[in-house]
Design a protein around this ligand. Structure first.
Ligand code: PLP
Length: 407
């Protein structure tokens, strides 16, 4: 590494990004380009000779910026929030700057140990039940997305069920979601081999705030048992994507327990709110869950990507995902007193995301992170009030429903 060049070019990139944020409100939030626009601007073949960073940054401005949707613009209200912060940038720069690949403890001990500590910190801020903490049978891991977290827990549930089955195969396993559950769950179920016909979508309605009810879950599972099927996995949600609905965790979790079903709680977006004591009640009943996931890259100022997953029984996850190739053999793993996070995820390689989350938590502190959540909720209260005033109170907008879920 040419240190002078590295320092000079990195500073130029940081200044470039700072200028982008200074000017961000000048851009149309939604890109105005037509499909295929970039083909006309960028050569078909890669360059044989190098370009200076200044030329590349110039081309980003002229060619790439017009095709960006400006997710970090204060005027962006699409999809869901994907908050960034200066601490998130600093953490992300350190993560890629150190560029370690901590797939096993020995591959970078600090990366593994920091992840375990930060996940316990997060569990502490979110007031998760102690069963999710690393000291006992449970523990946490950082993935890139909820989809990965759900795939891994589904695989663990599947393998655990198959190992205990009396000859029933995967074709008998059924999984349960509501009509509001994120579509990522359907993809995850497909990826772990659950037949599409065994994916149960339970209807919700306005009367229950678009949430599941214990009764609806029980009826669906009962019907499957009667039909000779084996209920496997229930996905509950706190803060569904479309309307911010909150499933009653304790009630549906108890039904899942009755049927011996793995209960996952997806709080990708709203999960960050649990760091505020006044919003923690929406997560009551988490003690009944086998796993819980939330994305700090959505609402906790950690830049993309960062999805926290906790499980109450890490051995089920590891039994399903562990691999022991000869080339990765090492004493620490063999002695068995270390975590090898490669066995908690799909890929072997992994980013040092714990660094980012650690920097964000340290730089803001729990107190400022709570203020961030509270000020967003307050803003939504104001927007709800204004939209009701402007449009009469008959119709609820997306923000109203999200607020309705959190208040
Ligand atoms: N679950 C919920 C409730 C979400 O709102 C979203 C994204 O909007 C997801 C899951 C998907 O998350 P990811 O992109 O991390 O897989």
């Amino acid at each position: 590494l040419d240190l002078d060049l590295f320092s000079k070019e990195s500073k130029a990139v940081v200044d470039f990004i700072a200028d982008y944020y200074r000017d961000i409100e000048r851009f149309p939030v939604r890109s105005q380009v037509k499909p295929g626009y970039l083909r006309n601007l960028i050569p078909d073949t890669p360059p044989l000779f190098p370009s200076p960073i200044t030329t590349i940054l110039h081309d980003i401005k002229t060619d790439i910026f017009p095709g960006l949707t400006h997710w970090q613009s204060p005027n962006f209200y699409a999809y869901y929030q994907a908050n960034a912060s200066s601490a998130g940038f600093a953490g992300e720069m350190l993560c890629s700057g150190l560029n370690v690949v901590g797939f096993s403890w020995i591959a970078s001990p600090a990366a593994t140990e920091l992840e375990t500590i930060v996940m316990d910190w997060m569990a502490n801020m979110l007031k998760l039940p102690p069963t999710f903490l690393s000291g006992g049978l449970g523990g946490g891991v950082i993935h890139g997305s909820t989809c990965e977290a759900v795939v891994c827990t589904l695989a663990a549930a599947r393998d655990n069920a198959l190992s205990q089955s009396n000859g029933e195969g995967i074709t008998k396993l059924t999984v349960y979601a509501s009509d509001q559950t994120h579509f990522t769950f359907q993809k995850a179920a497909k990826l772990v081999g659950i037949p599409a016909r065994n994916f149960r979508v339970i209807s919700t309605s306005a009367e229950t705030g678009y949430a599941l009810t214990a009764e609806s879950v029980r009826v669906a599972m009962d019907a499957d048992v009667v039909a000779g099927m084996v209920p496997l996995y229930l996905c509950g949600t706190v803060g569904t994507t479309a309307v911010g609905a909150v499933d009653p965790l304790r009630e549906i979790g108890e039904v899942a327990r009755e049927f011996g079903v793995w209960f996952h709680v997806d709080a990708a977006c709203a999960g960050s709110a649990a760091i505020c004591p006044e919003f923690r009640r929406y997560f009551d009943g988490l003690e009944t869950a086998d796993s819980f996931s939330m994305n700090p890259h959505k609402w906790l100022l950690a830049n993309m990507d960062c999805c926290c997953l906790w499980v109450t029984c890490k051995t089920k996850l590891i039994d399903s995902l562990s691999t022991k190739p000869e080339i990765l053999r090492n004493t620490a793993t063999e002695v068995g007193n270390v975590i090898d996070y490669k066995d908690w995820q799909i890929a072997l390689s992994r980013r040092f995301r714990a660094m980012k989350l650690w920097v964000v938590i340290r730089r803001f502190g729990h107190a400022n992170l709570m203020e961030h959540i509270r000020s967003d909720v307050d803003m939504q209260s104001i927007s709800r009030y204004l939209s009701r005033k402007m449009r009469g109170s008959t119709w609820l907008c997306h923000d109203d429903l999200r607020l309705f879920a959190l208040n």
